[in-house]
Design a protein around this ligand. Structure first.
Ligand code: 5AD
Ligand code: SF4
Length: 344
C-alpha cells in the first residue's frame, strides 16, 4: 500500500497497526505533515496558542537518569521563586497577551499544598481571565484536588514511556510507571485538562516503544501531549547518549495530530533547542501551542533539564514579539486567548 493511503487511513480511522505506525514514523513523505496541518486547521484554524512558562523551583527530590535537575546534580545552584516573583512573571506575561501560565518545577517538598494554593488563589484573583497549568510531578489525589479547588485548570505530567521495563531504565526504583498512570487517572477524574507525553530518543527507546506510547495516549485520551527530543545533559548518567532525531519528533507530532485532531500539541523548547527552527517545523507538522519562558533571566541557566536549552538570555518582556515574528514567517498567528481544549 502507498504511504499516502496509510496516512489517509490514520486520518479517518485514527488507529493503525504497529507496522503501519512504524512506517509513518520513519517515512519522509511530506503528505504526512500536510495532512496533520489539515486536521489541526479543521479544529483550531491557523491559530497558535501561547503558554507562559514560569519555572518556579528547580529543587527536586528525584533522580531521573535523563534530567539535569536530578537530586544528585550537586553542581546546580538551587532556587525557588517567591509568590511575589511568580506574580511578577505573570504580569510580564499578561501585559503581552498571555492568558495561560504554566507553573513548572521539580518535585520539591517545600511546595506544600498550603504554599501552592495561596499562590494559585492570588494569580486567579489578579488574573481571573487566565488559565493556570501545573507541572509539578506526582502528588496524592487529595493534593491534586486541593490545587484544583484553588484554581488550577490543567496539569502536565509526562508519562515518559508507556513501557514499564523501559520506564525502569530511565528512573531509579523508587519511581514506578504504575504510580504515574494512577496520577494521570486521578487528575482526569478531578476535572483537570490533562497532558501526558514523552521524549523521542530517550536511551533504550525503540520504535515499538513509541507505538506503545501512541496506544497509551489513545487510552488515556488527554487534552494535551508534550513531546520533544531527548537531549543529553553533561551532569547525568546519560551524558554520553545521542539526542533524539528531529524527523522522528516531527513525524510523531503529525501522527498524534491525526490520532486525535483536537489535541493541544506544543512545539516544545527541546525541539527548538535541537534545531534553530525546530519549533516552526513542529507547527508545520501539526503542533498548535508555543510555550515561551517568562521566568526571570537570573534563574534561566539554573533550569537546564538538558544541555543547549534555548532562550536562556531572552528578556521575558519581549518574548511575545519574538515568537509572533517567528510564527508570522511561516504563516501562523499567535493569539491572545486561554486556548482551551475543544471537545469534538
Ligand atoms: N531531554 C529532553 N527532555 C527532558 N526532560 C527532562 N530531561 C530531559 C532531557 N534531558 C523532560 C521530561 C520531563 C520534562 C519536565 O522535561 O520529559 O517530563
Ligand atoms: Fe525531577 Fe522532573 Fe527532572 Fe525527574 S524529570 S529529576 S522529577 S525535575
Amino acid at each position: 500500500m502507498k504511504i499516502s493511503h496509510t496516512i489517509d487511513k490514520l486520518a479517518t480511522e485514527r488507529i493503525l497497526s504497529p507496522e503501519e505506525f512504524k512506517l509513518l514514523l520513519t517515512c519522509s513523505d511530506p503528505y504526512l505533515h500536510e495532512r496533520a496541518r489539515m486536521a489541526r486547521d479543521a479544529v483550531y484554524g491557523r491559530q497558535i496558542f501561547l503558554r507562559g512558562l514560569i519555572e518556579f523551583t528547580n529543587h527536586c527530590k528525584h533522580n531521573c537518569l535523563y534530567c539535569g535537575l536530578r537530586r544528585e546534580n550537586i553542581d546546580l545552584t538551587r532556587y525557588r521563586l517567591s509568590k511575589q516573583q511568580v506574580l511578577e512573571c505573570c504580569k510580564i506575561g499578561y501585559d503581552q497577551g498571555f492568558r495561560t501560565f504554566v507553573l513548572q518545577g521539580g518535585e520539591d517538598n517545600y511546595c506544600t499544598d498550603e504554599l501552592l494554593t495561596d499562590i494559585l488563589r492570588d494569580i486567579k484573583l489578579t488574573y481571573p481571565d487566565c488559565a493556570i497549568t501545573l507541572s509539578i510531578g506526582e502528588r496524592d489525589r487529595n493534593s491534586y484536588q486541593q490545587l484544583f479547588d484553588a484554581g488550577a485548570d490543567r496539569y502536565l505530567l509526562r508519562h515518559e514511556t508507556a513501557d514499564a521495563a523501559h520506564y525502569s531504565t530511565l528512573h531509579p526504583p523508587d519511581m514506578q510507571l504504575a504510580s504515574r498512570k494512577q496520577c494521570l487517572r486521578d487528575l482526569k477524574e478531578i476535572g483537570y485538562q490533562v497532558g501526558c507525553g514523552f521524549m523521542i530518543g530517550s536511551p533504550g527507546q525503540n520504535l515499538d516503544h513509541i507505538v506503545g506510547d501512541f496506544l497509551f495516549i489513545k487510552e488515556i485520551d488527554p487534552s494535551m501531549v508534550g513531546i520533544g527530543p531527548f537531549i543529553p545533559h553533561a551532569a547525568t548518567p546519560f551524558s554520553g547518549e545521542k539526542a533524539g532525531e528531529l524527523h522522528l519528533v516531527l513525524n510523531a507530532l503529525a501522527i498524534l495530530r491525526l490520532i486525535k485532531p483536537n489535541l493541544l500539541l506544543p512545539a516544545t523548547t527541546a525541539l527548538g533547542s535541537l534545531h534553530e527552527t525546530g519549533r516552526e517545523m513542529g507547527i508545520l507538522a501539526g503542533a498548535n501551542v508555543v510555550m515561551p519562558n517568562l521566568s526571570p533571566l537570573e534563574t534561566r541557566k539554573k533550569y537546564l533539564l538538558y544541555d543547549g536549552k534555548i532562550s536562556t538570555e531572552d528578556d521575558p518582556r519581549y518574548c511575545r514579539r519574538f515568537i509572533d515574528q517567528r510564527m508570522h514567517k511561516i504563516g501562523y498567528e499567535v493569539v491572545t486567548s486561554r486556548g482551551d481544549y475543544i471537545e469534538i
